[in-house]
Design a protein around this ligand. Sequence first.
Ligand code: UD1
Ligand code: MG
Length: 445
Amino acid sequence: MTQKNIAAIILAAGKGTRMKSSLHKVLHPLGGHPMLLHLMDSLDRLAPSKQVVVVGAGKEQVAEAVKGRAETALQEPQLGTGHAVQAAQDLMAGFDGDVLILYGDVPLLSSATMEAMIAARHGPDAADVVVLGFRPEDTKAYGRLIVEGGELQAIVEHKDATEAQRAINLCNSGIMAVKGDVLFDLLGRVGNDNASQEYYLTDIVKIARGLGMRCSVVEADEVEVMGVNSRQELSQAEKVFQGQKREAAMKDGATLLDPDTVYFSHDTVVGRDVVIAPNVFFGPKVTIADNVTINAFCHLEGADVGEGAIIGPFARLRPGTALAQGVKVGNFVEIKKSQIEAGAKVNHLTYIGDARVGAKANIGAGTITCNYDGFNKSFTDIGKGAFIGSNTALVAPVTIGDGAIVGAGSTISKDVEADALIVERSPAREIGGWAANFRAKQDKK
Ligand code: UD1
Ligand code: MG
């Protein structure tokens, strides 16, 4: 396919009142990533030369989110979808390629469908206006696509449709691909003499037909064109998105023991022969190398997990964690901003923060790096092959040399030489018979 000159106009002026949110509707996330940016990521695969987001209510939030990626055009007041596209006219001056009209609240549209629409604008059966249709189970209040003689003739809004037209199940998603040098001429001819007294984008089909232009329909799956107007619809879109991420992880060679209980972030990277047990949550910026096992109930974000590592159950990896090859992180272990080098083990009930744990070091149960004094964060450096006994407090900044052993129950606040033993423990007192005497006294009371 030769490179097409593509621009996109993304409508996002609607208030999104039903979200009941101070965050703009199109910025609500799926897999931790704003809906609008999901759409723009898919669009990026078509390498558009121009992108305009039409904003209204909450315009500052949207402009900030797309800064450096797209221009914004203000639509005020909002007089309908046709009027919204017209708001982008000045920014589109001189553009004569293909214009994709998209919706910030329809985030799951795939690049393949966008490409199919652009393809329908070219070749022997090229149409001037390409409309994305779908056949929903419930046609609700969608506009209906009137196709006669293999040509799209008009789009009729539900409110304005006859009973016979309402029986048509081919519906308008709203998404279009239009020949750039006729779009604004067509929009200029749109009036507002309809049930809503709005300037309907959909009217350009009938107008284009009247001028002898061609209009056609590309069909998409209902889930791809699903719009998000409420928290309920947001949760449905999240479900679809999670389903796609789980499918992709499995297709790439990961085993998910109970896929429906694993939550991915939009950017989670999962290698081959990875096994993920039930109830695992991935926050943003996690990469999992090959042959990793993640046991049940783990929470990971901002972490790189190296080849063959075993994590959990019940482990928490926080931002800045890097586990090298073959590392083991066991139950009730929290790791933050730390490098755990190859083959090291942190198996039970431990907090490691702002630290390096050298290769093959062993961190005993209940070890805590005391990295925070209420004001500053300090670093703990644990050498390779070191052995940290159970229930040790490492008061940072502190260095434990390679191969050193720290006796259980120690609080270490000074550096330890390589291969030394350090133990900090008050001497134990044993008083023979004391317990028996004590019990006898209590019994007499
Ligand atoms: C529109 C279509 C309808 C289609 C349906 C799909 C028209 C006239 N109708 O109807 O055929 O089946 O979408 O969901 O186009 N917007 C603006 N500015 C405006 C008006 C709308 O930016 O002045 C944006 C909204 O934020 C929203 C989108 O355009 O994202 C669709 O607007 P909406 O009012 O929901 O259109 P519908 O009546 O649902
Ligand atoms: Mg709508």
